[in-house]
Ligand binder design. Structure first.
Ligand SMILES: NC(=O)c1ccc[n+]([C@@H]2O[C@H](COP(=O)([O-])OP(=O)(O)OC[C@H]3O[C@@H](n4cnc5c(N)ncnc54)[C@H](OP(=O)(O)O)[C@@H]3O)[C@@H](O)[C@H]2O)c1
Length: 248
């Protein structure tokens, strides 16, 4: 039985140091995940295929070189993890890819076999239209869906795998990613896109993932999308809580 305050066995509330395993840590978003988790006092295992590309250093960070596509090779890295984060994605968006889905399939297998339960993955809001305004839905999205069809097919398959995993999962869907700063000022929506949300910084996606990690209300429920906010954080924060209240 999980102790009180630890629904599904996942520690929450940000009170203690967690063991977090990050895949895709040499990527833009992955590096922010590692950095922000370390700076929050968590212990991070970054699983990478090229340790030389891992620029960020911190006493709480360790690096494991492993083939993510092999569940056996990553089993030690996920064993005992309080949370596993996957930010793997392809850089070649015009050709067929299975980087997201194959890596997630392997991670799910490794987690299921070794008792790890909490999984958070980064996905794309571009592949769905719910919540978008008419211009985005009718003009922008059809073009995007055509240009990025391989990436979106991969992301869709990844989401199916995550939903069917039986783990305590959260999918964070992001629009176009930028290398802007961490602001904490972004809007989130549940099971639909944020209207007018066209971009978000990788640093804010990292912030959002770590916030979801600490929030048991996000477990196994719905896909979320984040976007860069142009308004004051406090308003958005309040709005987010109001939205959650009306949902429960
Ligand atoms: N770019 C966007 O505008 C956008 C928008 C919405 C969602 N997303 C999603 O957000 C996530 C993060 O995107 P990002 O742009 O921050 O990532 P990124 O900088 O492109 O980094 C991708 C990461 O995936 C790793 N990777 C790729 N193929 C791999 C494989 N076969 N085996 C092991 N590792 C592999 C890379 O490792 P190496 O360093 O070893 O290559 C790197 O760490 C991705 O899932 C992406 O699909 C991106």
């Amino acid at each position: 039985m999980p102790p009180p305050g630890y629904p599904n066995g996942v520690p929450c509330g940000g009170e203690r140091s967690l063991k977090i395993t990050v895949f895709g840590a040499t990527g833009g978003t992955g590096e922010h995940l590692v950095r922000q988790a370390c700076e929050s006092g968590h212990h991070v295992i970054a699983v990478v295929r090229g340790p030389g590309r891992m620029r960020y250093r911190h006493p709480n960070r360790s690096v494991v070189r492993a083939d993510v596509m092999d569940p056996e090779a990553i089993s030690d890295a996920v064993t005992g993890a309080d949370a596993v984060l996957n930010a793997i994605g392809t850089r070649k968006v015009r050709v067929p890819t299975s980087a997201q889905s194959d890596s997630t399939e392997s991670i799910v297998k490794a987690m299921s076999g070794h008792g790890a339960r909490r999984l958070l993955v980064v996905s794309s809001s571009g592949m769905v239209s719910e919540g978008d305004g008419p211009f985005t839905r009718i003009v922008v999205k059809p073009i995007l869906k055509r240009v990025l069809r391989h990436v979106f097919a991969d992301a869709r398959r990844m989401e199916e795998l995550v939903r069917g995993s039986g783990l305590d999962w959260t999918i964070v869907r992001a629009p176009r990613l930028t290398d802007g700063p961490r602001t904490g000022g972004y809007r989130m929506a549940v099971e639909r896109n944020v209207r007018g949300g066209f971009w978000v910084s990788r640093a804010d996606v990292g912030d959002c993932v770590l916030r979801c990690l600490d929030d048991p209300a996000t477990i196994r429920m719905r896909a979320r999308e984040v976007e860069q906010a142009r308004r004051a954080w406090i308003t958005l924060h309040r709005r987010w809580h109001e939205q959650r209240k009306t949902e429960t």
